[in-house]
Design a protein around this ligand. Structure first.
Ligand SMILES: [Zn+2]
Ligand SMILES: [Zn+2]
Length: 350
């Protein structure tokens, strides 16, 4: 059996004929296995959905009760038989509930990792290394220029600015699923105890995280807060809100944007961001190559992002590698090739 007999690319995305399912399909299918709840991976309208309980909850929050014909929770480490295959969900360290999906048949294991990062995040289970023959990796930041550095250091920059300008408001643009909650958790870890304000688009997901026992401290809705009340405070909002009329309610706001793309100064300037924060929920270049190596996989399939550099790097290490051109990824979180106030996600979320 070849790996292509287990997983193959179809117009709807990665498909396992043997098991009768797709992984993160971009079109409605009969049975979908979903790695995580970002909207480009998790779409509404599938017949049956198998995903972690958190991913199912987050899909429900975003799309409503009837987002799929039926749902089945997959707990980390538990195996499920599907057709001639065995599938197991493992933590991907990307956002709450995010999973890598291992598909096994005839002694061959292929791991579809979805989006992942291999650094600590107080809001989700840490990335689990799953040895495999074929590893499907993302390539959002697969260029040597992308080294994310230390998220705590970026949070310290934000808190320094808040201390420096106690009369101003700080507006932090962050993707509403995962990034916003991670920033809040990191602020709490750094000792920031004041109430943190939320844009309406990040409220429900943030409250869901808090309900899962993640320590986010006191949260308040921006809605209804007076200008004076917002002085000296931190507010989380979708990146798209930074340049909207909405932002005018804040006293002399300092705008920050938390994204791996902030490593590129021109990106920050282009979006009028005063305080770029290099914080990403994706592995950086070092993280990608360390992970690819550690899986022991002899064959690497590369999805969404900067596939070429990673495919080339694999070739120099004697690994078989090829890009998987999946149309439809990269509309939410740092996957978006050109994130920012104009193209960024967020305005569509209730
Ligand atoms: Zn994602
Ligand atoms: Zn993605």
């Amino acid at each position: 059996m070849r790996p292509e007999d287990i997983l193959a690319l179809t117009p709807a995305g990665v498909c396992c004929k043997l098991g009768g399912f797709h992984i993160d399909p971009t079109r409605p299918v009969e049975r979908a296995l979903i790695t995580h709840a970002h909207s480009d991976h998790a779409r509404a309208g599938h017949g049956a959905v198998l995903a972690t309980p958190e991913t199912l909850d987050l899909m429900r929050l975003r799309y409503g009760e009837n987002f799929a014909g039926s749902t089945q929770p997959a707990h980390y480490g538990e195996s499920v038989k599907l057709g001639g295959t065995k599938v197991t969900f493992h933590p991907a360290g990307h956002v709450l509930g995010s999973a890598q999906i291992a598909v096994e048949a005839n002694g061959l294991r292929v791991v579809a990792s979805g989006d992942y990062k291999n650094v600590p995040d107080p809001t989700c289970a840490p990335f689990a290394l799953v040895p495999c023959e074929v590893f499907i990796t993302e390539a959002t930041f697969a260029l040597p220029v992308f080294r994310h550095g230390d998220a705590d250091g970026e949070i310290a920059k934000l808190l320094h600015s808040v201390a420096l300008f106690p009369e101003r408001a700080h507006l932090v643009g962050a993707y509403s699923l995962g990034k916003a909650q991670r920033i809040i958790a990191l602020l709490r870890k750094a000792g920031h105890e004041a109430p943190i304000y939320l844009h309406g688009a990040v409220e429900s997901i943030t409250r869901y995280y808090a309900g899962r026992g993640i320590a986010l401290g006191e949260l308040r809705a921006v809605r209804g807060a007076s200008k004076a009340e917002l002085a000296g405070t931190i507010t989380l909002c979708p990146p798209s809100a930074l340049n909207e009329i909405w932002a005018r309610r804040f006293p002399d706001p300092v705008t920050a944007f938390a994204s791996g793309w902030m490593r590129i100064r021109a990106r920050a300037r282009q979006h009028g961001v005063a305080l770029p924060l290099v914080i990403s929920d994706h592995a950086d270049w070092d993280g990608l190559i360390a992970t690819v190596t550690a899986t022991g996989a002899g064959e690497i399939w590369v999805t969404h992002g900067q596939e070429d550099a990673l495919v080339h790097w694999c070739a120099t290490r004697g690994l078989k590698a090829r890009p998987l051109d999946i149309v439809g990824y990269g509309e939410e979180d740092d996957d978006a090739v050109s994130p920012g106030p104009v193209e960024g996600n967020g305005e569509a979320e209730a």
